[in-house]
Design a protein. Structure first.
Lengths: 389, 142
C-alpha cells in the first residue's frame, strides 16, 4: 500500500441505505499525508471507522457508497477546493456533518466554511483531544438530525394516511348513493318497490354524511378551543336527566331500560353546558346502541370535594382489550359493530371535551357483560365572596 | 349454453354490494357476496369464482390488500391464482403511495383498479374484459 491510498479498515462496510451503521463511518479528506495519518490514528482510537482520501474528487467518489456520518475536510487542497467539496457532500447527503480543517486560522475562512454548511472547524495545529471533541459533538449533532428527520417522516406518513382515511369515511356513503342512482337510472322499468327501497337507502346514507360532517365540525371547534373555554356552573343532574328523557323512546325501541341514578340534590361541575351535553349525549347514545334487548343503561355520580365522577354503565357487547387504546381515536369503530350506524367520532369528541374541561375519561369493560365509561370533571366551587385581596 | 360466470364481490358496504349485484345479475352473472376479507377468502375457496371484485378499505384499514396477498402468495389459495381480481376503491392512491415502506407493493397488485363510485358501464366493461382475458388456472404442478 502506498501512502495516500485510502486506508481500508477491517470489516468496514457501507451501511444499508437509510440506516446508520452501528459504528459511524468518518471520511477524512486531506492532502497532507502526515495530517491524514494523524486523523486516522486519533479517530480510529476512539473506535470510529475512518476512511482517508488524498483529494476531494477521490473522497467524493467514495462517499456515495460509504455513506459516512461525517466528513473532516481540509479547506486548502489542490484540485477541488474544500468549499466545493462541502457543497458536493451536501448534495449527496444533506445530513452529513462536515468539520473543516483550516491551515490558516483565520476567522474569515472558517466563517465562510460554516456559511457553506460546515458544522464546525479545527485550526491547525490541533491536539488529539480537540479533534475528538469536535468529532464527537458532530456525531451527536448528526444523531439528532437523523432522529428529527425520522420523526418528521413518520408524522408526514401518519398525516397522509389520516387524510386518506377521513376522505374514505366521507366518500363511502357518497359512493353508495352514487351507485344506487347510477344503476337505477339505467333500468328501463324499475319496480316501484325497488326504486322506493333504494331511494330510502340513499336518504339514510345522506344522513350518515351529515352526521359525520356535524361531528367533525364539533371536533374541529373543540380543537380550536372555541367551544369549551367557558367554565360555568353546570348541574349534571339536570343535564343528564334531560338527555335520558330525550332518548327514552330510542331506548325503548331497542328494548333497553334507562336508569337515572344521579343525585337528586344536584351535581354541580365547572364546565361548558353545551359541551357537557354533547359529551353525555354521545356516551348515552353509545350505551343504548351497543347494548342488547333487555339491557340497561345506568348513569350515576360520585363526588369528592374537588371532583365529580360520572359513570355511564351499559350491559352491552363490551370492548375487547385490544381496542382499548384506539377507542378514543378519530374514526375508530370496533369491527363487529360496523353494521350499527355511527360516525366513529363520538368518543373522540368525548375525550376532547373532557380534556378541554380539565377532566379525564376512562373505560372499564368486559366482553359480553358491558362497559362503564367514567368521566372525571372538576367540581363547581362558588367563588369566594366579597374578599378583595 | 355455458354456465354464467360467477363473480365474488368482497365489500363491507351492504349498499354498494346491493347495487353492483343488481347490475351484474341483470347481465346474467351469478353474484356471491362477502362482507369482509376473511369471509371473502372462505367463499372464494368454497365457490371457485371466475372473477373477484374487491374493495380496498374494509374492517382492518387496507384489508383488500390482505386478500390479494393471500391469493397470490399463500399455498392454501394456490387454486385461485388464475382468478382475475378487480380492486375498487374510493382512495386515490396506489399501494406504492399508501405503503411507501413496503417492498411487497408489487406483489399485491390486482389485475385492475377501478375508482369508486364505479360507473356502471365502466364496471361492466372491466368485468367482461377481465373474464375474456382470464389466464388458465394454475393446477399446482411444479
Amino acid at each position: 500500500m502506498t501512502p495516500g491510498d485510502p486506508v481500508p479498515l477491517a470489516g468496514v462496510q457501507a451501511p444499508a441505505p437509510g440506516a446508520e451503521a452501528l459504528q459511524p463511518v468518518i471520511v477524512v479528506i486531506e492532502d497532507d499525508r502526515a495530517m491524514r495519518l494523524a486523523c486516522l490514528k486519533i479517530l480510529s482510537r476512539s473506535g470510529l471507522q475512518v476512511e482517508t482520501f488524498e483529494t476531494g474528487s477521490a473522497g467524493l467518489e467514495a462517499v456515495s457508497s460509504l455513506k459516512p456520518a461525517m466528513a473532516v475536510v481540509d479547506l486548502k487542497m489542490p484540485g477541488i477546493s474544500g468549499m466545493e467539496v462541502i457543497a458536493r457532500l451536501h448534495e449527496i447527503d444533506p445530513f452529513i456533518v462536515i468539520v473543516v480543517i483550516t491551515g490558516y486560522a483565520t476567522i474569515d475562512t472558517a466563517v465562510e466554511a460554516m456559511r457553506c454548511g460546515a458544522f464546525d472547524f479545527v485550526p491547525k495545529p490541533f491536539s488529539p483531544d480537540e479533534l475528538r471533541l469536535i468529532v464527537n459533538r458532530g456525531l451527536e449533532h448528526r444523531r439528532l438530525l437523523l432522529e428529527s428527520q425520522k420523526a418528521e417522516m413518520e408524522r408526514e406518513l401518519l398525516k397522509r394516511r389520516f387524510i386518506t382515511f377521513v376522505s374514505h369515511q366521507l366518500q363511502t356513503p357518497l359512493v353508495a348513493i352514487h351507485q344506487y342512482l347510477d344503476v337505477l337510472r339505467r333500468l328501463e322499468n324499475p319496480a316501484p318497490e325497488k326504486t322506493r327501497e333504494w331511494l330510502d337507502r340513499c336518504l339514510a346514507r345522506t344522513e350518515e354524511i351529515q352526521a359525520i360532517i356535524k361531528d367533525w365540525l364539533t371536533l374541529s371547534r373543540l380543537e380550536g378551543g372555541r367551544l369549551a373555554h367557558q367554565r360555568t356552573r353546570v348541574d349534571l343532574t339536570a343535564t343528564i336527566g334531560e338527555i335520558l328523557r330525550t332518548y327514552e323512546v330510542m331506548a325503548a325501541a331497542e328494548g333497553v331500560v334507562l336508569e337515572d341514578r344521579m343525585p337528586e340534590e344536584g351535581c354541580p361541575v365547572a364546565g361548558d353546558k353545551n359541551c357537557l351535553s354533547v359529551l353525555f349525549d354521545n356516551l348515552v347514545v353509545n350505551a343504548i346502541k351497543y347494548n342488547r334487548p333487555g339491557g340497561k343503561v345506568s348513569v350515576s355520580a360520585e363526588s369528592t370535594p374537588d371532583e365529580v365522577i360520572i359513570s355511564v354503565a351499559d350491559t352491552g357487547i363490551g370492548i375487547p382489550d385490544k381496542y382499548r387504546q384506539m377507542l378514543f381515536g378519530e374514526f375508530f369503530r370496533i369491527q363487529d359493530v360496523r353494521k350499527t350506524p355511527g360516525t366513529g367520532l363520538g368518543l373522540a369528541i368525548a375525550r376532547r371535551v373532557v380534556s378541554e374541561m380539565g377532566g379525564s375519561i376512562s373505560v372499564e369493560s368486559e366482553v359480553d357483560v358491558g362497559s362503564t365509561f367514567r368521566v372525571r370533571l372538576l367540581a363547581w366551587r362558588e367563588p369566594a365572596e366579597g374578599k378583595d385581596a | 349454453m355455458p354456465r354464467p360466470a360467477k363473480v365474488l364481490m368482497i365489500d363491507d358496504d351492504a349498499d354498494c354490494r346491493t347495487s353492483v349485484r343488481h347490475l351484474l345479475e341483470g347481465r346474467g352473472y351469478t353474484v356471491i357476496e362477502a362482507d369482509c376479507g376473511r369471509d371473502g377468502l372462505r367463499k372464494a375457496v368454497e365457490h371457485g369464482p371466475d372473477l373477484i371484485l374487491l374493495d380496498v378499505m374494509m374492517e382492518c384499514d387496507s384489508e383488500g390488500y390482505g386478500v390479494t396477498q393471500a391469493i397470490k402468495h399463500q399455498d392454501s389459495y394456490a387454486a385461485l391464482r388464475g382468478v382475475p381480481i378487480i380492486m375498487m376503491s374510493s382512495i386515490q392512491e396506489s399501494p406504492d403511495e399508501l405503503f411507501p415502506m413496503s417492498p411487497e407493493s408489487e406483489l399485491i397488485r390486482p389485475d385492475r383498479y377501478i375508482s369508486k363510485p364505479v360507473d356502471a358501464s365502466v364496471l361492466l366493461e372491466a368485468v367482461e374484459n377481465a373474464l375474456a382475458a382470464r389466464k388458465p388456472r394454475e393446477t399446482g404442478t411444479a
